[in-house]
Design a protein around this ligand. Sequence first.
Ligand SMILES: C[S@@+](CC[C@H](N)C(=O)[O-])C[C@H]1O[C@@H](n2cnc3c(N)ncnc32)[C@H](O)[C@@H]1O
Length: 290
Amino acid sequence: MDEKTAQERIDSVEWYHEFDFGNGLRAVPRTPPDAGHRRIWAFIEEQLSRIEFRGKSVLDIGCWDGYWSFLAERRGATRVLATDDVSQNWAAGKGIHVAKELLRSAIEVRQNVSVYDLASLNERFDVILFLGVWYHLFDPFYALAQIRHCCHANTVVLMEGSVATELGRQEALYNFADHNCEFLPEPDAFRQLVRGAYFTETASAFLDPPDPPGRLGWRWRLRLCREALRGSREGIRALQTPRLRTDNRRMFLTCSPFAGRNELHAYRPPFGLAAYDERFGEALPGEPRR
Ligand SMILES: C[S@@+](CC[C@H](N)C(=O)[O-])C[C@H]1O[C@@H](n2cnc3c(N)ncnc32)[C@H](O)[C@@H]1O
């Protein structure tokens, strides 16, 4: 394929990610790759630089154009399964196929796999990428349970997404009408879901670190001072409404699965999670009772 034809093929796609395919061939995202997206991608890339991909099997959940699947492959993963539910985004799912061809990649692409159906893959992976997805979910706990079913004892699960650090502890917001962010948890609220799904957090990082617990955020204070200096009662009132406590920052968690007593579950947990807790001694579908 000559370069002109290749660029025309690239331009026929509605891209979410930004790719430089070399030889001047570039994928330009539909949403301008403003500082916001680029900062998030740089943050994720920095976190992933600490992860060993060589020789690993990788599951990428909600892969869209496959940017992180290709990175895992480049970094030496031997099997990469890039999954998505294409009905859940505004592109038609073409980008990953064009990118795969141009990058001469061998990743496997399955675009009809919802995070809610992952257990039906019936496969365990060494590394699982769950990046930029949780805040789009209507049922994040069920999704985490499905991810848990794709883990063996040494799986590393990497989760990234939006959190609101100025909500009260363990609070979360749902707004199904907001298609940029349907579910926005405070960091510890999300951590509790993670723990409840039989994962241990081994590391965490924030794109913009939150203020220490118990203090009002410095950004909020700064805005309040600015409104006070302007003498704007309206501005002050607006800052004091709960809506404005919902700042949206990015959190990256590194997690490993565990099996054993989970202090969050006094009673039998749902969604097949009882299989990981010796008190309930249940089996995963298709496995012998423990
Ligand atoms: C913001 S994009 C993130 C893309 C990529 N993972 C990244 O971090 O750059 C959200 C992705 O989640 C996918 N998604 C949303 N709901 C999903 C679901 N229920 N099951 C699987 N994927 C889902 C969307 O199709 C889209 O690919």
